[in-house]
Design a protein around this ligand. Structure first.
Ligand SMILES: [Zn+2]
Length: 360
């Protein structure tokens, strides 16, 4: 890490939890720099009951276990209530260890239906089921992509091929019918399908978006959820051939947290992240992958559907984002691997670790 980068590393993480210090920093170097960047670990004690906060529950990209990072998942906490974004590997335990009990979950969101973003939905529902586990006791939605035709060059092997968020949650509940039926009667729990439902995001008709001819039109964000604490907006992003794939913006009276989702560099993310206090952006380090023995198809997928550090810098500057948090990392092992952000962005940025607490 250069001294220039070090000076830009955020102090927000040290301030966010009342000066609580440092608990884990597996991907950050030791020495003077670490004293400034030391992440605050989210626990029941460190997450405040007031204000707006981000917890990076899991930070790894892809359906692969290549290191200690958990799969991609995040939480937005607003005045003691919380909202979840994506359900990557290990997410139910990461949420519980952060003090995010299901009885304070307001709503959950899924950026797209790649398995590394949804694989823990069933486990989350089953392990946050009603009062015995301080779980969900009244219906919450898991809001995500609706049914879409597959792109024309994708041939289905498993049917039905058109699966949306509503279908996915419904079929997961069906798959666990035996356990759900047993416990609903034997333990007098509220039937699980009365506590969770998948909710399909409807695209504005005026967009005329479709997976083959117009997957990601330039657009303004549109509102997909609102309650007394937050408004959530979405925009389409290019993560082809996956369609639709979304980025999300959470706005509260305390500030704004934006999530890029999985995406190539795109102006829709900049529009969505306008003046965000925290912009959470995915990253791919192509230098790492080009040095490995991966197929050309896999390298092409990475390059065309993810964002380089330099790309993050350009988008953050276009957005006017106040701080960048890098999560959903592919081929990134240290802050030096994302130093390219600073070539195009003057603000603070950090490489998130699992369960890192940031405050707005
Ligand atoms: Zn993806």
């Amino acid at each position: 890490m250069t001294s220039e980068n070090r000076s830009r590393v955020s102090r927000r993480t040290l301030l966010g939890a009342g000066g609580v210090t440092a608990l884990t920093a597996p991907f950050l170097g030791a020495g003077p720099a670490a004293a400034v960047e030391t992440p605050v670990l989210a626990t029941p004690e460190t997450v405040p009951d007031t204000g707006m906060h981000l917890i990076t529950l899991g930070t790894a990209a892809g359906p692969a276990i290549r290191g200690p990072r958990h799969g991609i998942a995040s939480a937005v906490v607003v005045d003691g209530q919380h909202y979840l974004v994506d359900f990557g590997l290990g997410m139910p335990r990461q949420a519980a260890d952060s003090g995010l009990t299901g009885n304070r979950l307001r709503q959950a969101f899924v950026t797209h239906l790649h398995s590394d973003h949804v694989s823990e939905i069933a486990a989350y529902m089953l392990y946050n089921w009603d009062t015995p586990v301080q779980g969900v006791t009244s219906k919450v939605g898991i809001v995500g992509p609706g049914r879409s035709p597959l792109p024309e060059d994708i041939h289905p092997h498993i049917t039905p091929p058109r699966t949306g968020m509503r279908d996915l949650v419904h079929r997961l509940l069906q798959a666990y019918a035996y356990d759900i039926n047993i416990r609903t009667t034997d333990e007098a729990r509220t039937p699980l399908d009365e506590l969770f439902e998948g909710v399909d995001i409807e695209l504005p008709r005026s967009l005329h978006a479709d997976p083959d001819r117009n997957p990601v039109p330039d657009m303004e964000p549109f509102t997909i959820y609102e309650d007394d604490l937050v408004q959530v907006q979405a925009t389409l992003v290019p993560h082809l051939p996956v369609f639709p794939s979304f980025a999300f913006r959470f706005e509260s009276e305390h500030g704004v947290i934006a999530f890029s989702g999985d995406t190539a560099e795109h102006q829709n993310v900049a529009r969505l992240s306008r003046d965000a206090d925290l912009m959470v952006h995915e990253v791919v380090n192509m230098d790492f992958y080009r040095g490995q023995d991966f197929s050309e198809e896999f390298l092409h997928h990475l390059e065309s559907s993810h964002t380089t550090p330099e790309g993050i810098g350009r988008i953050a500057t276009a957005a006017g984002a106040r701080e960048v948090v890098v999560s959903h990392v592919a081929g990134v092992f240290s802050t030096e691997d994302i130093a390219g952000i600073a070539e195009h962005y003057d603000g603070p940025y950090s490489l998130a670790v699992d369960r890192q607490l940031y405050s707005v």
